[in-house]
Design a protein around this ligand. Structure first.
Ligand code: DAU
Length: 343
């Protein structure tokens, strides 16, 4: 089987490749990535020299290059991870999200339509459903109601993927997942940002009162769900993926403060917690009903939040070269842009 994996040098894609390139030596994996600020080839070093792995730098916004690569490689399966994914960046600069997430997906669909692929799998987010109140869960039929330019761009890409299935019979599947965490995540997202700020003794910026809730999904659980859908999911279907691990942001940060204190011997670090101005349009709560995936494909998450967060913290502590590398780019500029005016 030949897999074309877009966005494979990003957080979720690189964890996917590190797992499946080694586990499936008889399959071939071609990773493409535009290598933006949040991608890191270093994340792929465990598989970079394996014979069933190949990499090319490619921006899906380039229609001709995308079409040519898809034609030449002629994949059996496309797994589409590539996306701009940070909500705060989409608020300060939405244009890139329209290009990458909508135009990029359109170009890839067009290229896929011209080849005989057996599956186009689109990786998406629960943010397309908007915000929940205190009760209820997102199901696959929850109406779309995106709040941010990021989630609106992902909603548009989901609609395009479904339209290519209905109109052109492209064999697609879609997954919508909750908040991911784990090794190799760029430290602009809540969990790695808090881990690294704890390490440096820097303030831990909590938006609003920290009472917003997210459902945390360990990245390896997300990837095993994606592979189950790619292998056995029904054509044209959508599957929600969640971690069964709802937490208020404030509780996530308190746990990180306690565990980072334990792991580094510095004692509880909760004195670093700082309340800052809220995110505009901040969704209150996300929570997933993943029973369709469980009932049809037998998938369930294997990590609890307690086990997953400890593994994640240890990974960041043990991989200081990776951390130093991601922080050497325009990372500091982003921190200044996003947090300077919030206090
Ligand atoms: O639900 C899936 C989505 O989860 C993905 O589609 C997105 O790509 C991913 O970024 C994530 O979106 P969130 O906006 O929920 O993730 P983020 O890590 O940015 O924020 C998690 C929560 O923490 C959110 O309520 C905002 C809050 N937050 C975040 C940051 C960066 C803070 O309180 N302080 C911060 O500095």
């Amino acid at each position: 089987m030949k897999y074309l994996v877009t966005g494979g040098a990003g957080f979720i894609g690189s964890n996917f490749l590190v797992k499946y390139v080694s586990e499936r030596p008889n399959d071939h994996f071609f990773c493409i990535d535009k290598l933006s600020y949040a991608s890191n080839l270093e994340s792929l070093s465990p598989v970079a020299d394996l014979p069933n792995y190949q990499f090319a730098r490619l921006n899906l916004v380039d229609f001709d290059a995308t079409t040519q690569l898809v034609k030449e490689y002629a994949p059996d399966v496309i797994i589409h991870f590539a996306a701009e994914s940070h909500v705060d960046r989409s608020i300060s600069g939405p244009a890139e999200f329209i290009q990458s997430n909508i135009v990029g997906t359109f170009n890839l669909l067009e290229a896929a339509k011209q080849t005989g692929i057996s599956k186009f799998h689109h990786v998406s987010t629960d943010e397309v459903y908007g915000s929940l109140g205190e009760e209820g869960l997102f199901v696959e039929t929850t109406p779309y109601d995106p709040s941010s330019p990021y989630s609106a761009s992902k909603a548009a890409s989901d609609h395009l993927v479904r339209a290519y299935n209905r109109t052109y019979k492209l064999p697609v599947t879609i997954t919508n997942c909750s908040n991911n965490y784990g090794p190799r995540q760029f430290p602009e997202k809540l969990i790695p940002l808090m881990i690294l700020n704890c390490l440096e003794g820097k303030p831990l910026p909590i938006y609003g009162q920290g009472l917003n809730t997210r459902d945390w999904l360990y990245v390896d659980d997300h990837n095993s769900a994606i592979m189950a859908v790619v292998d056995r999911g029904r054509e044209g279907e959508t599957y929600n993926i969640g971690g069964n691990a709802e937490q208020k942001n404030i509780d996530v940060v308190k746990t990180i403060c306690r565990l980072m204190g334990e792991e580094t011997g510095k004692g509880d670090l909760s004195h670093l917690m700082t309340y800052v101005a809220d995110r505009p349009g901040h969704d209150w709560r996300y929570a997933i009903d993943a029973s369709k995936l469980r009932d049809e494909l037998g998938w369930e998450p294997t990590e609890t939040f307690d086990t997953g967060i400890r593994k994640t913290i240890r990974w960041y502590l043990e991989n200081d070269a990776w951390v130093a590398d991601v922080k050497s780019g325009d990372y500091q500029k982003w921190l200044d842009t996003n947090y300077a005016g919030r206090n």
